[in-house]
Design a protein around this ligand. Structure first.
Ligand SMILES: [Ca+2]
Ligand SMILES: [Ca+2]
Ligand SMILES: [Ca+2]
Length: 317
């Protein structure tokens, strides 16, 4: 027996099984080139590069119908390097029909890159400083066709900033100068407290054209709050209980991360698909089940206790 004076490799505990750290983070689904087929957008966090994977067209699309995706993606293309931002969102913030980029910088400034008509993105604009919120979303929560902001604060309050519809106009009138947050968005309104959920997203999961909420709780349960269509009133305290039905369980043991919804097959009357990353670096997508109850019944229906069949989109994520 030898006497070791330093750390002994022989007596080291066995290494834990290799954990595949996410290479790509901040995954988004959005149609960035307006061809009706959604792209994947994500950040390679090892190189701080923002990439896009173009959605592939469905070869079975009828000649008379609009093009639509088949849920697969082409090889990645680089959008830009030096992407040290968090909470990257690919969404149409100004409502001009062109997908923009929104992200938070290291100084907690919420930034906006308006999508250009012929592709690419305009210069970065500051939306607001002191963005001390997480799980930021760009979505039309009240159904007035004007994009809104939604985010969670450190006290687990879910907040909503209704868009005023002036962002696009202002962008052009002022030649892309600084955006005034207070004109583009109404003062924040409290949707609900106790929002101890992660991976919050807003989508239309059941194809009724009403925005729903999806999030994961601390017990790895995936929940769905169907939008009722009554809308959120523009009052100091928005009524969460009227705007969203009782939360319904979509899945248990939801050990996935980067859960994001997207309309990968457009038009798909079944609603938006979910994409999420497994701990082994596989990216999966779930096709909604065809029969979901109406959002107004607020009853639990066995047909929708799963997010639908799982299909692997890619590995090495
Ligand atoms: Ca596209
Ligand atoms: Ca836009
Ligand atoms: Ca709105």
């Amino acid at each position: 027996m030898t006497t070791a004076t330093g750390p002994s490799l022989r007596h080291s505990p066995p290494l834990p099984p290799p954990q595949a750290a996410a290479r790509f983070t901040q995954t988004n689904i959005a149609d960035t080139d307006n061809d009706g087929i959604a792209e994947l957008i994500a950040v390679d966090h090892t190189s701080h590069t923002l990439y896009q994977w173009a959605g592939q067209p469905d070869i079975n699309t009828t000649s008379s119908g609009a093009s639509r995706g088949d849920g697969t993606f082409a090889a990645r293309t680089k959008i830009t390097g030096g992407w040290t931002y968090t909470q990257t969102l690919a969404g149409d913030l100004d409502g001009d029909g062109i997908t923009d980029l929104v992200a938070t910088d290291t100084d907690h400034t919420l930034c906006w890159w308006p999508g250009a008509v012929h592709g690419g993105y305009g210069a970065k604009q500051q939306i607001t400083a002191n963005w001390n919120f997480t799980q930021t979303l760009v979505t039309d929560l009240d159904g007035d066709h004007i994009p809104d902001l939604v985010a969670v604060d450190t006290d687990h309050v879910l907040w909503w900033w209704p868009g005023t519809g002036t962002l696009h106009t202002r962008n052009h009138q002022h030649h892309r100068k600084a955006v005034l947050f207070t004109s583009a968005f109404a003062p924040k309104q409290r949707i609900t407290g106790g929002w101890a959920f992660t991976q919050t997203s807003a989508s239309d999961l059941n194809g009724d054209h009403i925005t729903d909420l999806v999030a994961v709780d601390g017990q790895q349960t995936l929940w769905w709050w169907p939008g009722t269509g009554t809308g959120l009133p523009h009052t100091p305290t928005a009524s969460f209980r009227s705007a969203f039905g009782i939360k319904q369980q979509l899945a248990t043991t939801w050990h996935y991360t980067q859960t994001v919804p997207g309309l990968l097959r457009d038009p798909d009357p079944r609603g938006e698909r979910l994409i999420a990353r497994d701990s082994d670096g596989s990216l999966y997508q779930w096709t909604p089940t065809t029969t979901r109850p109406t959002t107004t019944t607020q009853t639990t229906d066995p047909t929708q206790t799963t997010p639908g069949p799982r299909r692997r989109t890619t590995t090495g994520w």
